[in-house]
Design a protein around this ligand. Structure first.
Ligand SMILES: NC(=O)C1=CN([C@@H]2O[C@H](COP(=O)(O)OP(=O)(O)OC[C@H]3O[C@@H](n4cnc5c(N)ncnc54)[C@H](O)[C@@H]3O)[C@@H](O)[C@H]2O)C=CC1
Ligand SMILES: O=c1[nH]c(=O)c2[nH]c(=O)[nH]c2[nH]1
Length: 623
């Protein structure tokens, strides 16, 4: 039972020498974390030590006001890695051995503004200033983690987890667009000019005066003049280990620091463990069957903060190598349960680039779905296993694991491994096929076969950083029989429509053995309505709309598959051209917005695009 074991008992089988020495660096300053803080989030700690630039907004990882940058050292590649996270959900001890950079570490009154801060202020990208440090930190983390200048699309993606409720996104995105290296002039101090000698704005590409010193009040211009001493641009300096003169470096002590298994305490008897080996983890799980495994804490943090959940024993599995497998195997991919979603995205991109496209249809669907999964800060911490084991009815990935014939490997405290198909894993509302003495070890994602097609679907109130109203994963395999290409195997799984992801079993059965043609559609829609019933009072409401989504997702899938088959000459099904836009993946063009100012040369400030007095303070987050 939790709490009843002695140190000796915990250590016996795994012979663990648990340490309680936790060291982090915050903005270049070494800090030894006292024992007893296991109940604290990183945000609470930062604010307690006086770093109040990082804000508490929603408290559930949804708004980005608490964004900070974490740096850790990868001993394999010998490079430091940087990523933005939400400090509001991050358990403090998770970052032992890492460097945390907050808004105060990016720029300050002594060193001046960082170019990211400078741009935001100059481009009128702050109004009340509350979300501002979060935007700065997301952009800063992107630049620090990019070896090449990011694209405009990457910049916008990196901001998807940051909400602004008063300034408006147009000036914020305009401010940061220059980091996409569309125009060097901003950094070289010599603005480009058009044929008439008018200065061209680097963000809008139109004549303007945004670089005129006269736009900036006297106080601000002195602050800005210190900015000009920065080297041209931080991204030029970035290669993972090299930084510009004024950037905080990764602390050499942490490069050399040996990770220790940790055992720390918190308020009210909370215990926090960080095992370094699978055997240590399994032993802890045998001592404490009710212990919560923690990776990103993006679900557990919400449960403890907003749902009064209390977990006495927490086991952080971020440092257990066996749970971090990312391997290409003969039959498919092996993905460790503690792999973070951002890592999975990167890995899938590499696999898709290297393998034949017919093998990676599932990989492409999962990658496509991850684009719309929460925001960057969440994907940087949330894990594959955390999402599976939470078994949220709106999980974006669980319908896809089911549809792609993925298997889950489960290990018990005696080291026995069993494998179950994803389709059988979800038993009820947030209930999965895991005993108290078991944990999820990894996911096995099979390659797709020739003529096997997989597609992902998600509809939410808005595209980015939102939970699904309905989502789905669909897969079909067609094979040739007597000159016809018929469905030999099909999976249609919907999320957001019931307590667990729902398989459209009757529809699947109906489709097997059929040739995919228009004539099937009416009957398929009727069966889908039976398979996926949404009662009038179904949780989540909007039942008519959600019901119609289940049909329209299938229609899109049908169009997609038959179109692919047409290209390969396997089908000659014809469709109304007006419907074909439905098979194009949604790609949002980069945001373009302009604001024209009439420059009135009457010596008056009225009508001029002046930087407001608080802008410099807001981008430093000292207000
Ligand atoms: N707060 C937010 O804005 C968002 C939260 N989420 C949620 O966050 C989760 C993402 O994962 P994390 O943050 O890493 O989860 P987490 O660290 O909060 O853990 C989630 C649950 O999964 C269990 N778990 C994790 N790995 C396990 C394993 N290997 N074996 C058995 N149980 C395991 C944990 O004990 C816990 O019950 C998703 O479930 C999703 O529902 C997703 C998107 C946004
Ligand atoms: O699978 C998920 N996708 C999300 O985009 C999301 N957002 C959230 O809060 N939980 C989840 N779960």
């Amino acid at each position: 039972m939790a709490g009843s074991l002695t140190k000796a008992e915990e250590g016996t089988a795994a012979a663990v020498d648990w340490s309680d020495e936790a060291v982090i660096y915050v903005n270049g300053v070494r800090r030894v974390l006292p024992n007893g803080l296991a109940h604290l989030t990183l945000l609470q700690y930062l604010r307690d030590i006086g770093l109040r630039g990082t804000k508490l907004g929603c408290g559930e990882g949804g708004c980005g006001a608490c964004t900070v940058m974490i740096s850790c050292y990868d001993r394999t590649t010998k490079e430091s890695q940087h990523f933005a996270i939400n400090a509001c959900l991050a358990p403090l001890y998770s970052f032992e051995g890492m460097h945390i950079i907050t808004i105060e570490g990016v720029g300050d009154r002594q060193r001046g503004l960082h170019p990211v801060q400078e741009r935001l202020a100059e481009a009128h990208g702050s109004q009340c200033g509350f979300c501002t440090p979060g935007f700065v930190m997301s952009m800063y983390a992107l630049l620090r983690s990019s070896k090449r200048p990011p694209t405009e699309e990457q910049i916008e993606d990196s901001l998807a987890g940051n909400l602004c409720r008063c300034t408006g996104y147009r000036p914020i995105i305009d401010a940061f667009r220059v980091f996409a290296k569309t125009d060097d002039s901003f950094y070289t101090g010599s603005p480009s000019e058009n044929a008439n000698g008018q200065a061209i704005c680097p963000s809008t590409g139109k004549p303007c005066s945004c670089r005129n010193e006269t736009d900036v009040g006297a106080d601000e211009s002195s602050l800005l003049s210190s900015v000009k001493t920065y080297l041209p641009c931080s991204y030029n300096e970035i290669d993972g280990n090299a930084y510009s003169e004024k950037e905080l470096i990764f602390p050499p002590e942490l490069q050399l620091r040996k990770y220790m298994p940790l055992k720390l305490n918190g308020f009210n008897g909370v215990r926090w463990y960080r095992p370094l080996k699978l055997e240590q983890l399994l032993h802890l799980k045998s001592c404490y069957p009710d212990a919560k495994l923690i990776i990103g804490n993006s679900e557990v943090g919400v449960e403890t903060k907003f749902k009064n959940a209390q977990y006495k024993v927490m086991i952080s599995v971020t440092h257990v190598p066996e749970l971090h497998t990312l391997r290409v195997e003969e039959d498919g991919l092996q993905i460790g349960s503690a792999v973070r979603l951002a890592q999975l995205q990167k890995f899938l991109k590499e696999v898709i680039a290297e393998r034949g496209s017919h093998e990676t249809s599932s990989c492409q669907a999962i990658l496509g779905q991850l684009k719309w999964f929460a925001g960057t800060q969440v994907r940087n911490v949330a894990s594959v296993g955390g999402n599976i084991c939470t078994a949220s009815p709106i999980s974006d990935l669980n319908p896809l694991w089911m549809a792609t014939r993925a298997k889950f490997q489960i290990i018990d405290v005696n080291n026995n491994v069993r494998t179950t198909v994803a389709k059988d894993f979800f038993l009820g509302y947030r209930e999965v096929d895991l005993e108290a003495d078991e944990i999820l070890l990894s996911v096995i994602l099979p390659w797709t076969r020739p003529f096997e097609y997989v597609k992902e679907f998600k509809q939410a109130h808005r595209r980015e950083d939102d939970i699904a109203l309905v989502n789905a994963g669909m897969r079909v395999h067609v094979t040739e029989a007597e000159g016809n290409w018929i469905v030999s195997d099909v999976s249609i799984v919907y999320g957001g429509v019931a307590a667990v992801p729902l398989t459209a079993a009757k529809t699947e059965k109906f489709l097997v053995g059929k040739k995919l043609d228009n004539g099937l559609l009416d009957e398929t829609f009727n069966l889908l309505k039976e398979d996926i019933p949404l009662a009038e009072n179904a949780p989540g409401g909007m039942v008519e709309f959600r019901s119609s989504l289940t049909l329209s997702f299938f229609f899109k899938f049908f169009l997609y598959v038959t179109h692919e088959m047409n290209i390969k000459g396997l089908s000659n099904e014809r469709f109304d051209a007006a419907n074909m836009s439905a098979i194009q993946s949604y790609t949002r063009p980069v945001t373009v917005g302009t604001q024209d100012y009439e420059l009135v040369g009457q010596g008056s400030a009225v009508g001029q695009p002046m930087v407001h007095t608080s802008a410099m303070l807001q981008v430093l987050s000292v207000v």
